[in-house]
Design a protein around this ligand. Structure first.
Ligand SMILES: Nc1ncnc2c1ncn2[C@@H]1O[C@H](COP(=O)(O)OP(=O)(O)OP(=O)(O)O)[C@@H](O)[C@H]1O
Length: 505
């Protein structure tokens, strides 16, 4: 992006709409009118682009090098609408902490679907772009801190190899938003394979018309699961595919210690991407009861509850599909229940396969589950750091490791566990070097530590984006380890106050 202070005129506005190279094809707007309302973003006073994701722009096939800073500020604030975009707010419902509500994009506006040169389809959405028909009593806006947080965490998740929506840009608006205090406003450009949520199906099912839900299911099959279309019962196949994707996703979250924090059904994406990074955070010391969100008083969305909550959400999804799965209600329920029961097995398989890799194991042995569970209970008892313990395991095997076995300790239970694990490793035909290599690409050295994220956000709120830029750079290579990154691996001080996250800002 070139730095330019040239004045903006109408001609430039027209260029800005096209010069990025958007290629919109808005299939969602061809759905029945119930699914969305047409809604343009509300222009903001003084848009200024503060973050732009060049690698993601390249993935999307955009001409990011060519765009001027002022053009980008207009384009990513919604002050100009790209040619071909058909801005809408999407309707959806959602079980929020167990209670069903009718929702919809209250502060997000979908510009449209961009087709990359390889014909991959991505939703381009502006989050914080103004009021919509679904805003209820909200102002349609977002504060800078939470949008930067979503940018950091979503990009960190991507670098960890976890399916996720992504962040293309953050623009400050020059306007204030009023929460508990007065905060700077911002807009995030979110990129997603789609924004079809479990809640979108719940919204469709709330209509007394099976054709509405069939239309959404067919649309979803075409867009995300074309391989299911030719099967004997394509709607049951859809249910199975969504269950499978979620089992895999949640297993990946559990392997890196990610706590989503607000797994409401409107925050579960049908295509299996992580979405909505409001109150999420990564766990430091291992404890399945860990909760960071200030509003999750019962621990509904605690770390260890994420797999059963995913199954609960999938059950709500299955309910919406019942009329499509079979004409006979009892048979439909029987088929759906069978599919849902498979979630636990699938999840366990994905999780155990991932945990084996974290321990450098290439083969399967009957005692592996017990080996993993013993390590976790030792970590819990000794309050060991989840990320550093796993990363430290490979250093403990390697006398030439770049750093000391950071995170590992010498309590009798951990030493006994290490002996069992070493025995298990030596039963493999693969070499120890192979095991170490597997572990080093499976166990991240760096995750978005809560205190690092907060430091980046508070610097940004006072106008200094360099802390965030450095953090983003480190997080873009989470498996890399060198002395310059050592401070990013430090857990919070034991004396630090318990960390709290907040959503809805
Ligand atoms: N400031 C706001 N103005 C209007 N609606 C809002 C506002 N904040 C949240 N909402 C709406 O409240 C609902 C729940 O909010 P939540 O914080 O889970 O979503 P979000 O972060 O805005 O959106 P998403 O799930 O798309 O990431 C959503 O329908 C959202 O659009």
């Amino acid at each position: 992006m070139k730095d330019s202070k040239q004045d903006l005129n109408e001609a430039l506005k027209k260029i800005s709409a096209t010069s990025l190279g958007w290629n919109f094809d808005n299939s969602y707007t061809r759905l029945p009118k119930a699914f969305f309302v047409k809604q343009k973003p509300t222009p903001v006073k003084a848009p200024h682009i503060v973050l732009f994701n060049q690698p993601l722009a390249a993935t999307l096939g955009l001409n990011a090098e060519a765009i001027l800073e002022d053009e980008a500020s207009l384009a990513f604030s919604g002050n100009t609408i790209p040619v071909g975009a058909e801005p809408i707010a999407q309707a959806y419902a959602g079980h929020q902490f167990g209670h069903l509500n009718m929702l919809g994009d209250g502060r997000a506006i979908l510009l449209g679907e961009h087709l990359t040169p390889e014909a991959n389809r991505y939703d381009i959405q502006l989050k914080g772009a103004g009021v919509t028909a679904y805003s209820r009593r909200g102002d349609g806006r977002a504060a800078l801190g939470p949008m930067l947080r979503e940018y950091i965490i979503s990009e960190a998740m991507h670098a960890l190899g976890i399916p996720t929506t992504r962040s293309l840009a953050v623009v400050t608006t020059g306007e204030s938003v009023y929460r508990d205090s007065i905060l700077p406003g911002a807009i995030l450009t979110r990129v997603a394979s789609s924004h079809i949520r479990v809640g979108t199906f719940q919204f469709a099912a709330s209509h007394d018309d099976p054709e509405i839900i069939r239309t959404l299911a067919d649309y979803t099959l075409n867009r995300h699961f074309p391989e299911c279309i030719g099967t004997e019962n394509k709607y049951l196949s859809l249910l199975n595919a969504v269950i499978d994707h979620q089992a895999k996703l949640i297993a990946q979250w559990m392997q890196v210690g990610f706590i989503h924090g607000v797994m409401n059904t409107d925050n579960m994406s049908i295509c299996g991407e992580s979405i909505d990074f409001g109150p999420c955070a990564f766990m430091d010391s291992y404890d399945p009861a860990t909760v960071f969100s200030s509003i999750d008083q019962q621990g509904r969305y605690a770390f260890g509850n994420q797999p059963p909550i995913a199954q609960w959400n999938l059950t709500r999804f299955a309910e919406t599909l019942l009329p499509l799965i079979h004409q006979d209600v009892e048979e439909a329920i029987r088929l759906a229940e069978k599919a849902l029961r498979a979630f636990a097995d699938k999840y366990q398989q994905y999780w155990l396969a991932g945990m084996r890799a974290k321990l450098g194991l290439f083969t399967e042995a009957p005692d592996d589950l017990a080996l993993v569970e013993e390590l976790l209970s030792c970590m819990k008892k000794n309050r060991m750091d989840y990320t550093n313990t796993f990363r430290g395991l490979s250093s403990s095997l390697n006398a030439n490791a770049p750093t000391a076995a950071q995170g590992n300790i010498d309590t009798p239970d951990f030493i006994t566990w290490q002996q069992q694990w070493n025995k298990r490793l030596s039963s493999q035909t693969k070499s120890l070097d192979d095991a170490i290599a597997l572990m080093l690409k499976t166990n991240p050295a760096v995750i978005p530590r809560n205190h690092q994220v907060e430091a980046a956000l508070s610097a940004a709120e006072s106008g200094d984006f360099t802390v965030q830029e450095k953090l983003l750079e480190v997080l873009s290579q989470p498996f890399k380890e060198d002395a310059s990154r050592a401070s990013y691996r430090m857990p919070p001080l034991p004396t630090a106050m318990p960390y709290k996250t907040f959503c809805g800002t």
